[in-house]
Design a protein around this ligand. Structure first.
Ligand code: PEP
Length: 254
């Protein structure tokens, strides 16, 4: 009987110019305002839109996330963005270790850990993504892979830190493919992660951590996924780019 408030986050990926982002926010504000704070709502636009979007969601029930950050606070790291910069423009969360970053940009469990530390130190909360590839699932390695990613990401954090974190279980084969994990597959992995957290930290911390599911979440499958006892929200890619779809997913989680 834990009271974990569901958290639905929209990962816009590399989509939306600043004017397009503002137009989407305007629409979103309208369709989610009636939901109040029953569900925690987060949007993650591209870096260049964060500042404008932060202003556009003031006095709304939407919170802001970045899609990545560097682990150093400043310096000679051309092209990177530091966590304190994201905090300063109004981010509450940073997505860390998204599978696209692991696949295409060399992200490892170690760099996920370093980025997560930077996020926490800057006063934000990481949304840490984990998940197996199709080959790993077919090779019955799902739980082993996910547990290795969780352990690596969380190395060195205290139970109090971890209790505030958001984890996102995102099977790689379900991201952007239209193929969703069944609710039973999602629930199985979420339970495994929560048991692992109880072993690594304690039952209280494990009970507080919110674990989102991500991977082709759409209005028509959201209620089933979000109805699982250990699915505490969703990380939504494609469907978060349409205000109506995002709102429908959010309503499914209320
Ligand atoms: C994601 O980007 O985290 C994601 C789950 O994408 P999609 O919903 O498009 O599968």
């Amino acid at each position: 009987a834990e009271a974990r408030r569901k958290i639905i986050a929209g990962n816009w990926k590399m989509n939306k110019t600043v004017p397009e982002a503002l137009a989407l926010v305007r629409e979103l504000r309208g369709v989610v305002s009636a939901l109040g704070d029953k569900v925690e709502l987060v949007i993650a636009p591209p870096f260049v839109a964060l500042h404008s979007v932060a202003q556009a969601i003031e006095d709304s029930n939407l919170k802001l996330a970045a899609q990545n950050c560097h682990w150093e606070v400043s310096g000679a790291f051309t092209g990177e963005v530091a966590a304190p910069m994201l905090k300063e423009v109004g981010c509450a969360y940073v997505i860390v270790g998204h599978s696209e970053r692991r696949q295409f940009f060399g992200e490892t469990d170690e760099t996920v850990n370093k980025r997560s530390r930077a996020v926490l130190k800057a006063g934000m909360v990481p949304i840490i993504c984990v998940g197996e590839t199709l080959a790993e699932r077919e090779g019955n390695q799902t739980l082993e892979v996910v547990e290795r990613q969780v352990k690596g990401a969380l190395a060195g954090f205290s139970a109090a830190d971890v209790a505030r974190f958001v984890l996102a279980y995102e099977p790689v084969w379900a991201i952007g493919t239209g193929r969703t994990a069944t609710s039973a597959q999602a629930q199985e992995v979420h339970v495994a992660i929560r048991s692992q957290l109880a072993r690594l930290y304690d039952g209280a911390a494990a009970g507080q951590v919110r674990i989102q599911y991500g991977g082709s979440v759409k209005p028509d499958n959201a209620a089933e996924l979000l109805g699982q006892p250990d699915v505490d929200g969703a990380l939504v890619g494609g469907a978060s780019l349409k205000a109506g779809d995002f709102a429908a997913i959010v309503k499914a989680g209320v």
